[in-house]
Design a protein around this ligand. Structure first.
Ligand code: CAA
Length: 246
């Protein structure tokens, strides 16, 4: 029987590549998207050529604890216990801090950090009970090194790393691993939003002089999800083309 994975923000740049590689590796994926984007989700599902046995799309607002608990409870009843959870949903609201307003701050903290509670909490106990689960949190190089114009995003992405380490202790005895991936600048719509001159300056700082591909990030997810990734926990795996070496 296929292993069951939940991927949040599954039709975004990195989420889409993660979903595809998990499917290619035999997982059944529950793919979440923002409620209201049903048509777009259907288009994505059709364009990728998925079957209903491979992928099930789910409208779920990761910022809403109550609806996550309700929807994920229903998913577990219908689908069983999740083997893999990829907390991938994320947004940017870049602004110099002096001009940042509380909506920009809260939207990023709610979507990128509070979502970890909302989505992981309803699933984690059952994953530990089953044993061998995998929680993979998509953080960012900018949560490690900080970034001009991203006080909100860097705070949330750094928080994801602290969450990862703390939860790794709680999963360890059951063989449930909790890890983070810290992608560098990746060729996705999120990065395409950066002003071209700013992005050029960022690229010039990357030793590899190029963006990551979403597939390169997804490959690390597949590794951490795999059986042979079972001794890695509490770790943050950097994939940043040398932009920041710890
Ligand atoms: N360090 C120091 N100073 C900087 C700077 C930097 N990195 N970048 C800009 N400045 C300076 C500018 O030179 C400018 O100075 P002057 O006023 O003296 O000319 C001042 O700060 C304001 O800069 P901008 O003109 O760029 O200000 P803005 O308000 O138009 O734009 C911004 C602000 C939206 C934050 C823009 O600078 C920006 O987009 N920066 C990049 C942010 C970024 O890297 N986002 C990543 C998004 S992708 C992602 O997050 C995925 C991931 O995980 C990696």
């Amino acid at each position: 029987m296929s292993k069951l994975a939940l991927v949040t923000g599954a039709k975004g740049g990195i989420g889409s590549a993660i979903t595809k590689q998990l499917v290619e590796n035999g997982y059944r994926v529950i793919a979440t998207f923002v409620p209201g984007n049903e048509d777009c989700a259907k288009e994505w599902f059709d364009a990728e050529g998925y079957t209903e046995a491979q992928v099930r799309t789910l409208a779920m607002d990761v910022t809403n604890a109550e609806s996550c608990r309700e929807l994920l409870g229903r998913m577990m009843q219908e689908e069983g216990t999740f083997d893999v959870l990829v907390n991938n949903a994320g947004i940017t609201r870049d602004s110099v801090f002096k001009k940042m307003n509380s909506e920009q701050w809260s939207a990023v903290i709610d979507t990128n950090l509070n979502s970890l509670f909302n989505v992981t909490q309803p699933l984690f106990a059952a994953m530990c009970e089953k044993g061998g689960g995998r929680v993979i949190n998509i953080s960012s190089v900018n949560g490690i090194k900080g970034q001009f114009g991203q006080a909100n995003y860097s705070a949330a992405k750094a928080g994801m790393i602290g969450f990862t380490k703390a939860l790794a202790f709680e999963g360890a005895r059951s063989g449930t691993t909790v890890n983070a991936i810290a992608p560098g600048y990746t060729a996705t719509p999120m990065v395409e939003k950066i002003k071209p001159e700013v992005l050029d300056a960022i690229k010039a700082e990357i030793p590899m002089k190029r963006l990551a591909t979403p597939e390169e990030i997804a490959g690390a997810v597949v590794y951490l999800a795999s059986d042979v990734g079972g001794y890695v926990t509490g770790e943050t795996l950097s994939l940043n083309g040398g932009l920041y070496m710890q």
